[in-house]
Ligand binder design. Sequence first.
Ligand code: 5GP
Length: 130
Amino acid sequence: RPPAADQPTIFDKIVSKKIPATILFEDSTALAFKDISPQAPVHFLVIPKKKTGLTGSPSKKSFKRATEWSSMMARTDARQSSTSTCMCWEGASLKQPWADTEACLLAPGQSVFHVHLHVLGGKQLGWPPC
Ligand code: 5GP
């Protein structure tokens, strides 16, 4: 059961630097950092800094920015590792997440209610990839 919309998550504390994380990229709207429990040699999370709404869905601008960052980093990692890279948004519609923030959904098994993109790579990934 998801928490109330205004309930801060652990990711808010990472955004505000109250708890440490290995930050890979940051700008005014989006943040990328290594997952604390990596499931592949490359495993990082990309989040919009500002979460709003029950699912933690972001503004269109910050979602677009996070999407741009994650695509760019996934391409970089795919080049470095020469194996598959998986990108999997949690808490968001995969259809057009940047165009329709109302479509954000909860993912099965989601534990952090702040929309986030998992980027995994550095090894051959199976199917389904996540
Ligand atoms: P979910 O469980 O929603 O699919 O994904 C949340 C992800 O956040 C998990 O992969 C988990 O390892 C990661 N995570 C949870 N807490 C922290 C934390 O404090 N720091 C970092 N860097 N990652 C975290």
